[in-house]
Ligand binder design. Structure first.
Ligand code: GLC
Length: 425
């Protein structure tokens, strides 16, 4: 008989994690590989380090300074990682593996919650450490939850938007095909037409998933089994591959992460850009931006109407190895307060996690893209939720990349992607 490995559904994997930790004893946070002591240091207060990805939006240090002014005995030191999602992930893994008590509070991308929680690295936020999530957008809470336990405090959400040049395209395209037909405008103006993030890293998974989901495909089903090899996925990934082949996505797009795309757009070298909301304020205010007055944002274009964004965003998680968990949790809650959420939105054009912020008069007046962003987030599709996410995202990236480069047909890429997802554990 053929043996097939399927991804464990999140719930089953979680139960497994719990029963293993029960055997291991020590009150761990549910661990397959030996996490820290989730019962220790709950009242610990003192100086902490907050580890987060590069602060492109320039909001973190001022926030830390505000906290420090009011908490001289519980000062927070900011440690910035690079702005590359995979490097941030690997840095956290290394520090958790060495049980580093110096990484007290860490920023967790929505796609890492399951992996880090299952490994017992994140403090479960329950009982004494409970956080009220009633006012938060549900997708952000879900993304910080694993096995029915909250493991991180949502800090900002993320949804893809279409940045476009309103001086060249007065009405933004609603569908992918319409957008492609507008590439003649880019050509006439001697600029690139469209780009997203296509370097081989997490951003490519985001973009490939959007192409697949937008045309009705699904990477995994509700039980976690790969379902990506379908006619719908073929259509979606096929659109992306065709756009790259015919130059509607410029050749250098294959080297783009978020920042390279932002630079190209700000330099006036792209008609359309798929990117996250943080780009909005930078493109409006950057000294070097040539498009300050000439761009706007619209929903991602889809098959017949709006496209499906991948859900992005970050949460703050207390390390199970921290000595000062009470301080770390208080600082995470501080990030949730209206003042900070508003600052993130107005200063950094980051997506708030609190529903009320999208109706806040100040924010609505100063950030006209808010309704577009909220719609993007509410309709966003989460990437697969699994403790084995590193293998899943690699399966998506490797094969989407090979298809874009023309090294594999779209058919072959989807066949291989499906097989690699199912063996990703
Ligand atoms: C953004 C998103 C995150 C995603 C990453 C990919 O930071 O918030 O969820 O994984 O981009 O580069």
């Amino acid at each position: 008989m053929k043996t097939r490995k399927y991804l464990l559904p999140a719930a089953v994997a979680g139960v497994l994690a719990i029963s293993l930790s029960a055997c291991g004893g020590g009150g761990g946070g549910g661990t397959q590989t030996g996490g820290g002591d989730a019962a220790a240091n709950l009242d610990g207060r003192g100086p902490i380090t907050y580890v987060t990805g590069k602060d492109n939006a320039a909001v973190q240090q001022p926030t830390v300074d505000r906290w420090n002014a009011a908490h001289p005995n519980e000062k927070v030191t900011l440690k910035e990682q690079t702005d590359q999602a995979d490097q941030q992930h690997d840095d956290l893994v290394q520090h958790f593996q060495s049980k580093d008590a110096g990484y007290d509070l860490v920023t967790v991308d929505v796609v890492w919650t399951a992996e880090f929680a299952a490994k017992g690295w994140l403090q479960p936020l329950k009982d004494k450490m409970a956080v009220d999530t009633g006012a938060l957008l549900q997708p952000t809470v879900k993304a910080a939850t694993y096995n029915n336990t909250l493991y991180a405090v949502p800090v900002h959400s993320d949804g893809g938007m279409l940045y476009y040049r309103k001086d060249l395209v007065p009405t933004p395209p609603k569908t992918w095909d319409e957008m492609m037909s507008m590439c003649s405008i880019a050509k006439a103006n001697k600029i690139g037409c469209y780009a997203g993030q296509y370097q081989k890293y997490e951003g490519l998974t985001v973009n490939a998933a959007e192409a697949i989901n937008t045309f009705g495909g699904k990477i995994v089903d509700d039980a976690g089994k790969a379902t990506v090899n379908s006619a719908e996925s073929k259509e979606g990934l096929g659109k992306l591959v065709a756009a790259y082949k015919d130059g509607n996505i410029p050749a250098q797009g294959i080297t783009f992460q978020e920042e390279q795309g932002r630079q190209a757009f700000e330099d006036g070298k792209l008609l359309f850009l798929r990117n996250w909301p943080y780009v909005y304020n930078l493109a409006k205010t950057d000294g070097a931006s040539k498009v300050k007055e000439t761009f706007d944002v619209a929903p991602l274009p889809g098959k017949d109407g709006p496209g499906a964004s991948s859900l992005g965003g970050h949460s703050a998680a207390v390390s199970v190895y921290s000595k000062y968990k009470a301080t770390a949790l208080d600082f995470a809650k501080f990030l949730l307060e209206d003042e900070q959420q508003k600052f993130f939105a107005l200063q950094g054009s980051l997506a708030p996690v609190k529903a009320s912020m999208y109706k806040d008069a100040d924010i609505v007046a100063k950030a006209p893209y808010m309704p577009t962003l909220l719609t993007s987030i509410e309709n966003a599709v989460p990437r697969p939720v699994t403790p084995f996410y590193p293998g899943v995202t690699k399966a998506v990236q490797d094969n989407a990349y090979a298809a874009l480069k023309g090294e594999k047909s779209v058919d072959q890429a989807l066949t291989d992607m499906q097989a690699a997802i199912d063996s990703a554990k």
